[in-house]
Design a protein around this ligand. Structure first.
Ligand code: HEC
Ligand code: HEC
Length: 234
């Protein structure tokens, strides 16, 4: 029994990540709310969502849980059994896959695929249409407030006349607020370190916290343009 308990704890730990998303893995259907209410007071709902069992087996499992002390009225028991036997039957598909937890490390190069169409794979942009990032991002980083501004520009976009290395641009840089904090930090780190670019001395990589700090400001792309004028870029 003790061993069994220990195994249970090990499983609990193992499925912790999965079961954080586990309630998403319970298909919609009559009785779902009751299952959520009754079946995760002693363990994670992942104990339930990973199973695919026959009605007989679910019946036995519920009896087992009652043996562990789960209290159910006869009606509740019938509703739960019907739900489990219908939606977690052998062969039942998991519903739409639960959203993946953000991987610990996001690849900036991968996020940069969103940018290539305009700024080009080699970061040179297209003169007159899309400004270069190669040889240019470090001067933004070095400007006072430049780091914050880069995050704002990613979140809220940029629109209006600018000049980069003597070339004029008047286009639209799309907003990327739909990317996660980690993705925005990763792509900023990418463009800060590619093509010979590097952080000015004393500056480290962008963090998720730095990105988060600029969310919720709800700037317009024009306000980002006005803020750019304060940076004193040449
Ligand atoms: C009173 C506490 C309690 C409640 C409430 C409870 N369980 Fe459990 N459940 C347990 C314990 C204890 C285990 C055994 C863990 C082990 O074997 O290590 C377990 C294990 C399980 C397992 C793993 C397989 C097995 O037979 O051991 C399943 C499946 C399961 N529960 C389903 C449910 C379902 C479905 C509900 C809701 C109807 C539910 N549990 C509610 C205590 C509970
Ligand atoms: C649809 C084309 C397009 C895409 C896609 C795009 N950009 Fe831009 N980007 C622009 C334009 C145009 C500007 C200049 C806006 C202006 O003229 O005001 C700009 C400006 C910038 C600037 C600021 C340059 C400066 O000196 O102000 C940076 C940095 C930048 N983009 C990075 C990125 C990154 C990183 C991505 C991908 C996540 C990206 N861009 C995706 C078109 C694009």
């Amino acid at each position: 029994m003790k061993q069994r308990y220990l195994i249970g704890v090990a499983i609990l730990a193992g499925v912790a990540l999965y079961s954080a998303l586990g309630s998403n893995a319970l298909p919609e259907g009559p009785g779902r709310d009751l299952v959520l209410q009754k079946c995760q007071s002693c363990h994670e709902i992942g104990f339930v969502t990973r199973e695919r069992q026959s009605r007989e087996r679910w019946d036995a499992i519920i009896t087992e849980m009652q043996g562990y002390g789960m209290r159910l009225s006869a009606e509740e028991r019938a509703v739960i059994l019907n739900y489990l036997a219908t939606y977690l039957a052998p062969g039942a598909q998991a519903p739409a896959p639960a959203p993946q937890a953000q991987p610990a490390s996001v690849s900036g190069a991968q996020v940069y695929n969103n940018c290539i169409g305009c700024h080009q794979a080699n970061g040179t942009g297209i003169p007159g249409a899309f400004p270069p990032l190669a040889g240019h991002v470090p001067s933004i980083l070095a400007a006072r407030g430049g780091r914050e501004w880069l995050v704002q520009m990613m979140l809220y976009g940029l629109q209006g006349p600018i000049s980069v290395k003597g070339v004029s641009y008047n286009g639209i840089m799309p907003a990327y607020a739909h990317l996660s904090d980690a993705e925005i930090a990763a792509v900023l780190n990418h463009i800060s370190t590619q093509w010979g670019n590097s952080f000015p001395s004393g500056q480290g990589p962008f963090t998720e916290a730095e990105v988060r700090a600029q969310r919720g400001k709800n700037l317009t792309a024009q306000q980002v343009l006005a803020a750019r004028q304060q940076l004193g870029l040449r």
